[in-house]
Design a protein around this ligand. Structure first.
Ligand SMILES: Cc1ncc(COP(=O)(O)O)c(C=O)c1O
Length: 393
């Protein structure tokens, strides 16, 4: 049993999540990190590094790339090569680099909203166009979504003659809808990438948080490679330990770029702009890959319980919401509340619960709730939301 249910005193270290509401009685359930103490083997490894007392420039530990290669084979049955790995200090940076690397100025990038905000902002920030192909409601639901392939085909066809649509930004698994795309959906997407010569940047940072603990993640680049090795050479896969092991503050991530020429261009986009990962990030990642698995399994059990607690409470409040298959984010359809109070995120904040505003993800009226918190804190938050809604009646 690990010390999961206890929130470390996070204000002491200026946690971004908690600082937003310093001095206010608001329970922060917004930004995607966990109020759980990090796995003991990771803490010990970082503590040993601190005790050693040298925090200078660090190369990746010699066995790190091989640990990652072995991990990919074991977890996803995907054979990557150590040379394909490009170390990064963060994933959002990787999304922006992928846009710069794969698209010429004015060429276009596809994203599926609602989606983690950088998937919508990166194209504009890098001077490229955004083609948003909104996910469509599954069976008319406001809270289950699928890729709208007809709209995607139409968007790709509409581009003919204008600036080329060059890159698909895929959030796989998807934040905020918490879905794993099915094999059939991924196959269909791969066929479209092939037909339209798209590059793909697949952000897979949530893939080790599949809540049933059994379903195997399918890396999109692996599926592309099975279809055609040439197609996999148009892929960039982003991943890192930030979400799985709750070490987002340590600044370590990676891109897997199988094609040497694309990799050289990706590295060229980084030159003189992108620092190395932090020395503690490397140390933490090494410990996570070697010894993090028991903690990860137990943490997933806690997340499952938390998801169900939140889901039950939201059902009782009459708020439609996702039942995420992956990660610790519930997506809530609060349009009925917004219809009465205006901005639902601000209104719940006034009632003591800090949620992410769906507008940032391309869907005003929706909310995203992070349930990676101690159970007592979550129950209190659910009580506050429920009482706030009762006061509206
Ligand atoms: C899909 C996705 N990518 C990237 C990130 C952030 O990655 P980083 O902090 O390494 O930039 C998040 C954080 O929530 C995320 O959900």
């Amino acid at each position: 049993m690990f010390e999961l249910a206890v929130a470390p005193e996070r204000l002491k270290w200026s946690s971004k999540k908690w600082e937003r509401y310093r001095g206010q009685d608001v329970i922060p359930l917004w930004i995607a990190d966990m109020d759980f103490a990090v796995a003991p083997p990771i803490r010990s490894a970082v503590a040993a590094h601190v005790a050693h007392g040298n925090f200078g420039y660090m190369s990746p530990p010699r066995d790190l790339a091989q640990l990652l290669v072995d991990d990919h084979r074991r977890r996803y049955d995907w054979s990557i090569e150590a040379d394909w790995i490009v170390w990064l200090p963060g994933l959002v940076l990787g999304i922006n680099l992928a846009v710069r690397t794969c698209c010429a100025p004015d060429e276009k990038v596809i994203s599926f909203s609602p989606v983690y905000p950088p998937f919508l902002s990166a194209p504009g920030l890098q001077g490229r166009g955004l083609v948003d192909v909104p996910l469509s409601p599954l069976n008319g639901s406001g809270t289950a979504f699928e890729i709208d392939f007809d709209a995607l085909e139409r968007a790709l066809a509409a581009g003919a003659g204008g600036p080329a649509t060059r890159l698909l930004l895929l959030c796989h698994p998807h934040n905020p809808i918490g879905r794993l795309f099915t094999r059939a959906e991924l196959d269909r997407l791969a066929a479209l990438c092939e037909r339209h010569d798209l590059y793909v940047c697949s952000d897979e940072v949530h893939c080790d948080l599949i809540l049933d603990g059994r379903t195997q993640h399918i890396p999109f680049a692996k599926l592309l490679a099975e279809r055609s090795p040439a197609l996999a050479r148009r892929s960039i896969t982003l991943h890192g330990p930030g979400k799985t092991y709750n070490v987002a503050g340590l600044g370590v991530a990676w891109a897997i770029v199988p094609d040497p020429e694309l990799r050289a261009r990706f590295r060229a986009s980084m030159q003189k702009l992108v620092p190395d990962p932090s020395c503690f990030g490397f140390t933490a990642l090494q410990a996570a890959l070697r010894d993090g698995e028991p903690w990860r399994r137990e943490m997933l059990e806690q997340l499952r319980r938390n998801r169900d607690l939140v889901s039950g409470a939201l059902d009782r409040m009459g708020l439609p919401h996702t039942h995420p298959e992956v990660s610790y984010l519930t997506w809530i359809d609060a349009r009925s509340v917004a219809g009465k109070v205006g901005n639902a995120a601000q209104w719940f904040e006034k009632h003591g619960v800090g949620l992410s505003d769906g507008a940032e993800f391309g869907r005003p009226g929706y909310l995203r709730l992070n349930f990676a918190a101690p159970t007592g804190l979550l129950s209190e938050a659910m009580g506050r939301m429920s009482r706030a809604l009762a006061s509206l009646e």
